[in-house]
Design a protein around this ligand. Structure first.
Ligand code: NAD
Length: 474
């Protein structure tokens, strides 16, 4: 592993392959019956204890996360707390997992809908939020009685490994949560192909998601695919421009722009465009760049040289296409930043509408802005993407906002709000941003299978000893 701020090694882990994956999957498979048969409330209690232990280790985990991922320490602490918060959300739901009862299917016949866990879940996680994206899978999988084999990104395994240790020390039974390190093509692919794995919960890029979906089809494994995005933000002529500019700045540059839900395309009504862009440029200019460990830093390095190279190509294309650079579009000089993968926060105005920043996912600190005539044009451009993850609109007009919420092709729409994800609400993409839901009570549906049971009352009574119905004992 390389510290992205200084380009030096911070640790190493084994590159697991098919053998290690098989070992982990078998250990999970053996642990499954006992975990499945543990009462749900008890599973919740155990998971709650493990989550609490992780919270107690924030002081140790956050610097570890910063060293392998690059994000500022403040964001690393937030991420660990967020992981715990998500687990606690599912701990709270553990006692509320319900099936169904369908009366009067026929004379003397009723139906039950029972819910069962799937078994071994393969959880494949990227490097941008290594722990929260793990928590989104671990929480609903474990409270519903499944067992997990996680495969972190090969550049960010350290925090995940330490979290697994802490959770087991805090009482999570052996085999219930396993971690295999290694590359996507090695350990990742072996996990997807393993016959004892019943479901793949994947977060990552759209091209990898397509590949995994095809591989999983071989034995019809369940999949949840949380993929790339190119979230539009629409700023109308009646918006609170100050608040919208703050939301755009945080929404684009948090985690150095490496978030699936980052604002990646901004459409502003032309009548307020100059005023809005000036406010936004002021905020972008104040973002402090530096190593994640330094005080007051808001923008760390990009995660890898590869990410920065790709971003540079996309920005160059935007500029060549006619985009105006209002800030950044270059590497910073001096302050020792040349050792890491730093890139200045970049604001681009009016690159061509078919340039790469308009059509591809931009996974770094660059925000393209386009002026639009009206709502129709804004919606048309917003929906022109192959992605459909998040979206946001800023307006004082409730009718306009609710119309946009219905028409924006995305799994989430924020109205006059920064892009905050709530555990209470289901989250997942449309179009090439994937399918399936994480968060919310809805995520539980993706970790259980329902089964229908038909009960003939007369037969049931006979088999239970033929007893006549008794008066209630209480
Ligand atoms: P990636 O697809 O390259 O890798 C993600 C994970 O998949 C890693 O653990 C990797 O090792 C593994 N992997 C790669 N190839 C594999 C294969 N052939 N078989 C099995 N596993 C394989 O993605 P990335 O570049 O690391 O992550 C960034 C992407 O993730 C962006 O596109 C971003 O938008 C997306 N993302 C989506 C969400 C969401 O919730 N929708 C959240 C965060 C990130």
């Amino acid at each position: 592993m390389v510290d992205p701020a200084i380009g030096e090694e911070v640790g190493s882990v084994p590159a697991g392959g098919a053998g290690e994956v098989d070992q982990a999957v078998r250990s999970a498979y053996e642990a499954f019956p006992a975990w499945r048969d543990t009462p749900a409330a008890k599973r919740g209690e155990i998971l709650g204890g493990a989550a609490h232990a992780v919270l107690g280790a924030v002081g140790e985990l956050a610097p570890l996360l910063t060293s392998e991922q690059g994000k500022p320490l403040r964001e690393a602490r937030l991420e660990i707390r967020r992981f715990v918060h998500t687990l606690e959300h599912y701990v709270g739901l553990a006692k509320n997992i319900r099936g169904g009862y369908v009366p009067d299917l026929d004379v003397d016949t009723y139906g039950l809908i029972i819910r069962r866990p799937l078994g071994v879940i393969g959880a494949i996680v990227p490097w941008n939020f290594p722990t929260t994206l793990l928590g989104n899978k671990l929480g609903p999988a474990l409270v519903t009685g499944n067992v997990v084999v996680a495969k972190p990104a090969d550049t960010t395994p350290l925090t995940t490994l330490r979290i697994a240790e802490i959770m087991h020390e805090a009482g999570l039974p052996a085999g219930v949560f396993n971690v295999v390190t290694g590359t996507g093509e090695g350990a990742g692919q072996a996990l997807v192909e393993h016959p004892l794995v019943r479901k793949i919960a994947f977060t990552g890029s759209t091209p990898t998601g397509k590949k995994l979906m095809a591989l999983a089809a071989n034995d019809l494994k369940r999949t949840t695919l949380e993929l790339g995005g190119s979230d539009p933000m629409i700023v109308c002529d009646d918006a609170n421009l100050e608040k919208a500019a703050s939301a755009a700045s945080v929404g684009r540059f948090f985690n150095c722009g490496q978030a699936c839900l980052a604002i990646k395309r901004l459409f502003v009504f032309e009548s307020v465009a100059d005023e809005f862009i000036e406010k936004l440029a002021g905020k972008v200019g104040r973002l402090k760049l530096g190593p994640g460990t330094a005080e007051g830093v808001m923008l760390g390095p990009l995660h890898s040289a590869r990410q920065r190279d790709l971003l540079e190509e996309q920005v160059r294309d935007a500029v060549d296409s006619g985009g105006e650079v209002l800030h950044g579009a270059k590497r910073p000089g001096g302050d020792g930043l040349d050792r890491g993968f730093f890139y200045e926060p970049t604001l681009l105005v009016e690159p061509a509408r078919d340039s790469r920043v308009a059509t591809e996912e931009v996974f770094g600190p660059a925000l393209p802005v386009w002026r639009v005539r009206d709502m129709e044009e804004a919606l048309e451009l917003a929906n022109s993407s192959v992605f459909g993850l998040g979206s946001s609109i800023w307006t004082a007009d409730l009718n306009r906002a609710s119309d946009a919420a219905h028409r924006l092709e995305a799994g989430y729409t924020w109205i006059n709000s920064p892009q905050l994800v709530y555990d209470e609400l289901p989250f997942g993409g449309l179009k090439q941003s994937g399918y399936g839901k994480e968060h919310g009570i809805e995520a539980l549906d993706f970790y259980t299978e329902t089964k229908s049971v038909v009960v003939k009352k007369a037969v049931a009574t006979q088999e239970l000893g033929g007893a006549e119905p008794q008066p209630s004992q209480r």
